[in-house]
Design a protein around this ligand. Sequence first.
Ligand code: ZN
Length: 293
Amino acid sequence: MRTLILFTALVAISAVPGLSAEKLPALIVDGQNNHGVWPKTTQMMKKYLEESGLFAVDVATTAPKGIDPDFHPDFAKYKVVVSNYNGAPWPEATQNAFADYVRNGGGFVVVHAADNSFPEWPEYNQMIGLGGWGGRNEKSGPYVYLSKEGEVIRNEEPGSGGHHGSQHDFSVVVRDSNHPITKGMPREWMHVKDELYDKLRGPAGRMKVLATAYADPATGGSGRHEPMIFTIDFGKGRVFHTPMGHADYSQECVGFIATLQRGTEWAATGSVTQPLPQDFPTATALSKRAWGE
Ligand code: ZN
C-alpha cells in the first residue's frame, strides 16, 4: 500500500507543470536603474517566468551605486539571463564573462531600460542590437525601424539615440508571424500604457524585427514604426529584446507577460512550447492581470 501511495504521488508531481525536475535555470540581473520601480518589476518578471512552469529563476543584484567590484554571477550556470539593469558599468571581468557566456550560446533577454545601459561597451551594444540614451548617437549605428509596408530601414542620419513621447496604450503590430515568439499572436494587439521607445540606434547586426509600434507624432513620437519585439544573434547566443515594460502597470499587460515568457524560452532553447494565453489582448481590447490579485 505504501508503494502505491508513493507511486501515485510521483505521478501527480510529474503531471504538474512547474514541479518537473528539468526547469530551465534563469537569472535576472538588477540593482541599479533610473526606474525606481525596478525591485517590483524584477519580482513581477520572476513570477511571470516561474508561472510558465518552465523556469527556475534566481536574481543577482549589484550594489546600489557605482561599479560593484563583487558583482560576478556565475552566468554559465544559466540557460538565460534577463536584464532589468540600467546603471554603472560592471567590472571588466564580469563584462568579459557575460560576453563569453552569450557568445558561447547563452540566452539573453533585454527589457526596456536595460537597453540604456553600457553605451561604452561595444559587445553589449552588439548583443542588444539597438540602444538609447547614454550619449548614443550616429557613432553607435543607424536608427532602425520599418516602413508601413514592412521594409527594414537603416537610417544613418546624425542625431541622438533614444527618445519617447508621452505614455499611452498603443497597438503592437506583428511583422513576422513565423517566428516562435510571435507565432499565433493576432496581427495587431493592444499594449497597456507604456513608454513607446523610439529613435533607438545601434549596430543592429544579425537582427530580426518581429513586431513594431507606430510612434505617433500626436503623442510626441518619431512618426516611425519602431521595433517592439526583436531578436539578435550574437555568436551562438540568442538575444530577445523588448523596449516595452517601463512601469509595473505596463508589465501587467498580458501581451507583455506572454511576450516575456515566450521570448525568454526562445532565448534559452531556440523554441517556444507555450501556447498563447486565452486572455491575450486583441486589436481592440487591452488585457491586464492586476498584480497581487
Ligand atoms: Zn522607462
